[in-house]
Design a protein around this ligand. Structure first.
Ligand code: DX5
Ligand code: ZN
Length: 237
């Protein structure tokens, strides 16, 4: 089983963002997760495409951009140009989700992602049923199941999402797809096993990497522990 760990820079020290991303890279982060918030889709404001462009020369790791914004189609090209390797939009913000996914896939890309193009992702809030992606699943490289209500780091993992992860895993496997199931929110050493057991294979972690009580500023150790716990749980441990 692959267990990708995608540390969220939302919990990083923004005054030293480049250095923080270098530490994640050196610490073995699989993807760098970038939380983009607009103060409308979610009640918080963060960063946009210029920050992705500024980080692009800092790391070769995939920059995984999670757009928690309304009308994300207005910014797809900006994020692609800035060097994003993955663009994930919220189904709740996309009345034309099929078109949005096609648009993401059609963007020119630096070619460094594992599939040679920008990965197209759809995110679902905790209450949104997986039915909304059933007819676009073949267009999704990633389905991101939120395990908190989006907007802030440091919230508690919502365990009720686990049956949703399991149902999506069953559907992906039944169709023989390689869609990545990403979980985001409250992922920690105490919760990652549940998500992995249910069938997630990519794990966003903010606080658990940047504020690990056990490992402090050793991000690599926190990342390695999370990955190990996910692999053990997924293999029935
Ligand atoms: C929440 C963001 C998450 C957040 C995760 O809206 O999408 O990526 O940063 O933070 P933790 O891991 O602290 O819950
Ligand atoms: Zn996120």
């Amino acid at each position: 089983m692959t267990a990708r760990i995608a540390p969220s820079i939302l919990s990083a020290d923004f005054a030293r963002l480049g250095e923080e991303v270098r530490s994640l890279d050196a610490g073995g982060a699989d993807w760098i997760h970038v939380d983009v918030m607009d103060g409308r889709f979610v009640p918080n404001l963060t960063i946009g495409a210029p920050v992705v462009a500024a980080l692009r020369p800092v790391t070769r790791r995939p920059l995984d951009c999670h757009l928690m914004i309304v009308e994300p189609e207005r910014y797809t090209a900006d994020f692609a140009k800035a060097g994003a390797d993955g663009i994930t939009v919220h189904a709740e913000a996309c009345p034309h989700l099929h078109r949005n996914l096609q648009d993401i896939r059609a963007q020119p890309h630096r070619g460094a992602s594992e599939r040679g193009r920008i990965l197209a992702g759809v995110s679902l809030n905790p209450h949104t049923p997986i039915d909304v992606v059933m007819h676009v699943l073949e267009l999704c490289d990633v389905v991101l199941l939120m395990t908190v209500n989006p907007g802030f780091g440091g919230q508690s993992f919502i365990r009720e999402v686990c049956p949703k992860i399991a149902a999506l895993r069953a559907e992906i496997d039944a169709r023989g797809l390689s869609t990545i199931i990403q979980v985001d929110g409250g992922v920690s050493p105490a919760t990652i096993g549940d998500a992995a057991r249910a069938g997630a294979d990519c794990f966003v972690a903010g606080s658990a990497v940047f504020r690990s009580p056990e490992f402090g500023s050793d991000y690599g150790a926190a990342i390695a522990q999370l990955r190990q716990l996910a692999i053990v749980a997924a293999s029935g441990g």
